[in-house]
Design a protein around this ligand. Structure first.
Ligand SMILES: *[C@@H]1O[C@H](CO)[C@@H](O)[C@H](O)[C@H]1NC(C)=O
Ligand SMILES: *[C@@H]1O[C@H](CO)[C@@H](O)[C@H](O)[C@H]1NC(C)=O
Ligand SMILES: *[C@@H]1O[C@H](CO)[C@@H](O)[C@H](O)[C@H]1NC(C)=O
Ligand SMILES: *[C@@H]1O[C@H](CO)[C@@H](O)[C@H](O)[C@H]1NC(C)=O
Ligand SMILES: *[C@@H]1O[C@H](CO)[C@@H](O)[C@H](O)[C@H]1NC(C)=O
Ligand SMILES: *[C@@H]1O[C@H](CO)[C@@H](O)[C@H](O)[C@H]1NC(C)=O
Ligand SMILES: *[C@@H]1O[C@H](CO)[C@@H](O)[C@H](O)[C@H]1NC(C)=O
Ligand SMILES: *[C@@H]1O[C@H](CO)[C@@H](O)[C@H](O)[C@H]1NC(C)=O
Length: 252
């Protein structure tokens, strides 16, 4: 009996270690450490998760040519008037207070979001590589003139490579992602599904899931396999133990 107990606790230990390792790995994977130290401590309270907005850009023939469904949070570094110093402004895009527009060409598509009487203009540009039939988010530009800003800001980066997908498919990411645009601007995205090219009708094509989501799905699989392994080991240990104790009785 002691032998069974010993094998059991050993296998339990190994499984727990496995689960712990996986959980730790996951923790590091999703909470990416900030690469640059913040210039000042953020004085603002972290806002809640942004609401998911549905944005549609229509082509010249009236059908949708770009669809985007996502929650957006801007993280902007600017000089504050009220605090007389550089601060981190974390602001959610509120879909009900946002107008969308844009246009589509054969190899580029634009989505422009405007909020608050044009105090915030945010533009996403997607580019299609017609050789490889892959698209990606290639440019983000933001201009903002918020009440507390000493000067209005204008940030643009046209060498980005985010939200990569295949023509005819939509790009999807349930996990939160951070798009670093410039030193003074990053965008946190929540539950993204976008398709800037190759729409049929006004609907998303089949989704290509991002790596973060796939990593996420790996966890239950690994934990399940570990548990199955544990059950097997315990069962084996029980059977072996029973055989041995039988043998023991016979010799006495
Ligand atoms: C905003 O950006 C700063 C530095 O770039 C970072 O330290 C902070 O965690 C970010 N905040 C959010 C809510 O993403
Ligand atoms: C509308 O134009 C797009 C290309 O811009 C094309 O793929 C689509 O088939 C057109 N839809 C209709 C109904 O003509
Ligand atoms: C803002 O801060 C600077 C130094 O950081 C100081 O010289 C200036 O007087 C301050 N202005 C106000 C209005 O407090
Ligand atoms: C959206 O556009 C409409 C009409 O162009 C305008 O009246 C409204 O103020 C705009 N809303 C925002 C949030 O900019
Ligand atoms: C398009 O994709 C092909 C094949 O992957 C690559 O060789 C080419 O450089 C890409 N073109 C652009 C403009 O990125
Ligand atoms: C946003 O765009 C509109 C129209 O192009 C412009 O009038 C407005 O000044 C822009 N807002 C900012 C903050 O740059
Ligand atoms: C934001 O950063 C970019 C490059 O990192 C710079 O060109 C731009 O002037 C900065 N804007 C502000 C308002 O600090
Ligand atoms: C634009 O983004 C690329 C890729 O993230 C980055 O390497 C580059 O420094 C950025 N440019 C500016 C001006 O911030």
């Amino acid at each position: 009996m002691t032998q069974i107990g010993c094998v059991q606790s050993w296998s339990l230990g190994v499984t727990l270690q496995l689960i712990l390792a996986v959980a730790l790995h996951q923790g590091f994977a999703t909470v990416a450490p900030p690469t640059t130290a913040p210039t000042t401590a953020a004085p603002h309270k972290e806002p809640s998760r942004p609401e998911r907005g549905n944005y549609v850009v229509k082509g010249s023939n009236g059908t949708a040519c770009l669809l985007a469904s996502m929650g957006l949070q801007l993280n902007v570094t600017f000089s504050s008037l009220s605090q007389n110093k550089t601060v981190q402004g974390v602001v959610n895009i509120q879909p009900s207070l946002t107008n969308s527009s844009g246009s589509c060409d054969s190899d580029s598509a634009y989505l422009r979001l405007t909020t608050d009487a044009e105090k915030t203009n945010l533009t996403f540009t997607f580019t299609l590589n017609t050789t490889s039939n892959k698209y990606h988010l290639s440019e983000v530009s933001l201009s903002a003139a918020w009440p507390d800003m000493k000067d209005s800001i204008s940030v643009r980066n046209n060498s980005l490579d985010y939200l990569r997908g295949t023509l005819g498919f939509s790009y999807m990411c349930r996990e939160e992602q951070t798009l670093n645009v410039a030193q003074n601007l990053s965008i946190n995205t929540f539950q993204v599904q976008v398709q800037p090219f190759g729409l049929s009708g006004n609907q998303f094509g089949a989704a290509e899931e991002c790596q973060l989501d796939e990593d996420d799905m790996l966890i239950p699989i690994i934990v399940g396999a570990a548990l199955a392994g544990l059950v097997l080991i315990v069962l084996l240990a029980y059977l072996i133990g029973r055989k041995r104790s039988h043998a023991g009785y016979q010799t006495i």
